[in-house]
Design a binder for this molecule. Structure first.
Ligand code: ATP
Ligand code: MG
Length: 411
């Protein structure tokens, strides 16, 4: 029994019909990037799966662990690669079942993608089943819901044998669903929202509004840490940071208390939409969840939303805080978001914010200052930082002049 490889299963891509080859190519590219620190010798397509091989022929569980975090991956199995020799693949099945942990019942599931091999899958099931019964005499064969299934896939002149699989994050390969701009704070919600649209195949370009120069730049570093936490999933190409403190102060001096949050947020949405147009992104994403805080009532969401024409996706709108926190833990942003940092949201906050803003009042307040000039200035003041985790991220090209005006802060 020779090599050990990681077999990558991706059922949802299979549903996409004609798009399938493009989806598979994207997943191959993304895996190549996500696994760049591992000594792998290649990622290739075979029989509706991807095969990731290690340079030394010994794919490890660490490698499998890195693969399960890549969007588009449904499951990963560490498989033995055997020849068509019966003795060899039966021995591999014994080994695979022995490594499957605690179990009482098992079954064999053989599949033959190569019709040139004379044995039918029913024969293979029986042959491998016999070998396993001999090796594990005190365990029982059960066809319905066994503890472990040993898979034997015959493909061309190879036989892949595996018993256990790790569950992947699912979703679709990043780069197959276009680009979005996500409004990223260092709180719990927006990192989770960003990850969720990334998992559905969107390339994410987060925009963070910091309270600088009125606050420290802690929230900016936390946002960078959040983007780094996305490294295994590879969803972010570039992070924009917009220093908003000075402008917020201006707004707070002009706009009535109760409407300030809504006005801040309208400016944030408008600036983000502008950056989205520069980036060629087709939607904005926020971490809003209905009724969670004062600014997230339907009235207030509508009053903010009115300022943009692009679709605004809110993947968490129906989620409870507890669910969001659990997800944050799983994707590795929880500890970062637990750190307190002032950002523009804690700055110049009114004591009694309006919870059900009337649009006419909001529009009156909006016209109390030159909002167009403010939005232009903020877009011009935006800084950015590039991350090389997302192979399908393309920086804006058409608007390269505008792009040049954005100050580049190299890491
Ligand atoms: P979060 O946990 O994401 O900070 P929140 O519960 O604090 O959200 P709000 O402050 O009302 O709720 O923010 C709602 C959404 O607005 C956030 O999920 C995020 O998408 C966006 N947002 C809030 N603050 C910022 C910021 N400083 N920069 C960019 N986007 C922000
Ligand atoms: Mg927040």
């Amino acid at each position: 029994m020779g090599e050990r490889v990681c077999l990558v299963h991706y059922h949802e891509i299979g549903l996409k019909g004609k798009n399938r080859p493009a989806f598979e190519r994207q997943l191959v590219t993304n895996l190549g990037r996500a696994l760049r620190t591992f000594p792998i010798s290649g990622v290739r397509r075979a029989f509706g799966r991807l095969v990731v091989s290690a340079e030394d022929g010994r794919a490890s569980s660490e490698l499998a662990h890195a693969i399960v975090q890549v969007p588009g991956v449904a499951r990963v199995s560490l498989a033995y690669v055997c020849s068509l020799d019966e003795g060899e693949y039966c021995a591999a099945a014994v080994r695979a079942l022995g490594e499957a942990g605690e179990f009482k019942t098992f079954k064999v599931h053989a599949r033959r993608s190569a019709t040139t091999y004379e044995r039918h899958s029913i024969d293979i099931n029986r042959l491998v089943g016999d070998a396993l019964c001999q090796a594990f005499p005190d365990r029982e064969v059960r066809m319905h819901q066994p503890d472990v299934t040993v898979y034997v896939n015959v493909v061309a002149s190879r036989v892949y044998v595996y018993a256990s699989s790790a569950v992947g994050v699912g979703g679709l390969p990043v780069g197959t669903a276009g680009k979005v701009v996500t409004l990223l704070s260092s709180g719990f919600d927006s990192p989770v929202a960003t990850w969720m649209v990334g998992r559905r195949g969107a390339v994410c370009v987060p925009v963070h509004f910091s309270g600088r120069p009125m606050t420290a730049d802690t929230s900016e570093y936390l946002c960078q840490d959040i983007v780094r936490a996305f490294e295994p999933a590879g969803i972010v190409g570039r992070l924009y940071v917009v220093p908003f403190g000075e402008r917020q102060r201006e707004i707070s001096l002009i706009v009535p208390q109760g409407l300030r949050i809504i006005i801040y947020r309208r400016v944030m949405f408008a600036v983000s939409e502008r950056i989205a147009r520069i980036e060629g992104a087709k939607a904005l994403v926020t971490g809003e969840s209905l009724g969670q805080v004062a600014s997230q009532t339907l009235d207030n969401i509508a009053a903010v939303n009115e300022v943009v024409s692009m679709p605004v996706l809110r993947p968490l709108i129906g989620s409870d805080k507890q669910e969001i926190m659990r997800r944050a833990q799983r994707i590795g942003t929880y500890d970062i978001s637990s750190q307190a940092a002032d950002d523009c949201c804690t700055l110049f906050m009114p004591r009694r914010p309006e919870t059900h803003a009337r649009l006419s009042k909001v529009l009156e307040a909006w016209d109390l200052f030159d909002h167009d000039a403010m939005i232009d200035d903020l877009v011009r003041d935006a800084e950015y930082l590039d991350f090389d985790q997302c192979p399908s991220y393309r920086p804006p090209r058409d608007l390269s002049e505008m792009h040049d005006e954005l100050l580049s802060r190299k890491r």
